[in-house]
Design a protein around this ligand. Structure first.
Ligand code: 4AD
Ligand code: MG
Length: 481
């Protein structure tokens, strides 16, 4: 390879040597100064052209977005904010970019605009920073589990089960939609389909993960999951990535400890390995804050916020206690939030979660022991409380500005209890035979959780719309490419 990456060059002390750089033009000023970026770093390297001795036709082709090769001497720079630059001896245009047509101009574009041209937004500083942080977090997740002897299990994308029992699945079919085979009772006959049964894209790798945990002890999955929930919010995607560890012989306490440790570890890893990117995102946010009234500005900047989470123990509180806190709370003056919750048993709305995390505890909160009726069938049932109310050993981790980051539980290991619950919620036993074998043969206490990876990336980058932290967002009515 003849060229050096810009990240390396900017660290280089060896001025005076000849270097070759290949990258894309960010700006070209005064027919002289090219800012070149090759994606290896947020920073550009400046290349100085001797325009008097450069062909005019070539100078015209040095436009924003063009791919170029530059050969020259690495020299100390007199410019501000850069130690070195390249004194160009030879310049080649590798790929032109028509400035009249290229949508990215050398100026600040709004995130809304960049979402419209999501296929080009990787080329901006903001998205370079976001996806570098995403990359670091993904690596940290794998490192965290690998260092602790967890086995990375690849659970299937196409499955026959609905792990969450919420019916929010995308069907997978090869059937001719205009000519569907029907059973005698008029239902679609999936026996005619590719797999001979009805299948869907996975909503969670948990159930398959449980099978593996019952053999390896500790495993995790980290892959794409799909939900056909029609919620067009800044926190929901139809395709998102989930980190799902599953551990034999863990109870709910162990589960919470592991989740808290994982989150702190990966956030710390991003801070350590992406200081430039996080600093860039921090400044971006500070700029944005300036346009807000003083009262609405956040007390902590991005870096302070990340350190705060790493350094403080998450608050652990039961659903029942949280309801009491919510009942005692007052809706705020501006009626922005109605904190009051109707009754024990209701699911928390995002305004309730925000109140608990942002106003009451002012830190991440782990809510435990939810009412059985609002949680999934596989969660371990607690003994009914003094008032006969039935809860399960669930835990949700709520984060400031994000809401639910993690959902998990200790699992019901008792076969009879699990079968009864499945019957109550209408899950056919025969379809889950494979899963039930974990409870039939050597059943053991176990627990696990799922982290929404994009929500984690949202938190660490300080971004506010989930569409901006996944390279190719899929949301209702939009999956452009
Ligand atoms: O709470 P959920 O539905 O839990 C499960 O799927 C369990 N099977 C996990 C387990 O115990 N192994 O989803 C887990 C997390 C949520 O807390 C949230 O962060 C994220 O996944 N999530 C979504 N993220 C983006 N878009 C969506 N539509 C999401 N739905 C859930
Ligand atoms: Mg959940």
């Amino acid at each position: 390879m003849e060229h050096t990456r810009i990240k390396q060059l900017l660290l280089s002390e060896e001025t005076g040597k000849e270097v070759i750089v290949k990258g894309w033009v960010r700006t070209f000023r005064n027919n002289q100064f090219i800012a070149i970026n090759d994606g290896s770093t947020l920073h550009n390297i400046q290349a100085v052209v001797d325009f008097e001795h450069t062909d005019e036709a070539v100078l015209k082709r040095i436009t924003t977005g063009a791919a170029i090769r530059v050969k020259g001497e690495l020299v100390a720079s007199l410019g501000k904010g850069q130690r070195v630059e390249i004194k160009v001896a030879e310049i080649t245009i590798l790929g032109d970019s028509d400035p009249e047509k290229y949508p990215l101009q050398p100026k600040k574009h709004s995130l809304e605009f960049l979402r419209e041209i999501a296929h080009l937004r990787f080329r901006t500083g903001t998205f370079n920073a976001i996806f570098k942080v995403r990359n670091a977090l993904a690596f940290a997740v794998n490192k965290f589990f690998n260092d602790r002897d967890f086995v990375y299990m690849h659970t299937p994308i196409i499955t026959g089960s609905d792990a969450e029992g919420a019916g929010e699945m995308f069907r997978v079919t090869t059937l001719d939609l205009n000519n569907l085979p029907r059973t005698e009772s008029g239902d679609i006959d999936f026996k005619e389909d590719f797999f001979g049964k009805s299948t869907n894209l996975t909503v969670s790798g948990q159930l398959e993960g449980e099978l593996a945990a019952m053999a390896f002890g500790n495993i995790y999955t980290f892959g794409p999951t799909f939900r056909a929930e029609n919620s067009n919010t800044t926190r929901h995607l139809a395709e998102f990535w989930m980190i799902e560890p599953e551990m034999a012989f863990y109870d709910l306490e162990d589960n919470m400890d592991l989740a808290e440790e994982l989150l702190k570890y990966v956030i710390n890893y991003a801070l350590k390995t992406c200081p430039d990117e996080i600093e860039f995102l921090r400044n971006r946010l500070l700029d944005e804050e300036k346009s807000k009234p003083q009262a609405e500005r956040s007390e902590l900047d991005l870096v302070e916020k990340l350190h705060f989470v790493i350094e403080n123990r998450f608050e652990r509180v039961s659903y029942t206690d949280a309801i009491e806190i919510l009942k005692r709370s007052k809706p705020n003056q501006k009626k922005q939030f109605k904190y009051l919750i109707e009754a024990w048993g209701a699911d928390l709305q995002s305004e309730h979660e925000r109140f608990l995390v942002e106003k009451h505890f002012k830190k991440p909160v782990i809510l435990t022991d939810y009412p059985r009726e609002i949680k999934s069938f596989y969660m371990k049932q607690n003994e009914p409380d003094a008032q006969g109310r039935q809860t399960v050993r669930a835990m949700d981790i709520l984060f400031p500005g994000i809401g639910e980051m993690v959902g998990g539980s200790q699992r019901e290991e008792n076969l009879e209890k699990l079968l009864t619950r499945m019957a109550e919620v209408g899950i056919p036993e025969e379809e889950m035979d494979w899963f039930l074998d974990t409870r039939r043969f050597g059943s053991a206490p176990h627990a696990g959780f799922g982290v929404g990876f994009e929500r984690l990336v949202l938190f660490v980058t300080g971004m506010t719309n989930i569409r901006d932290v996944i390279p190719f967002p899929r949301t209702p009515k939009s999956a452009a490419f």
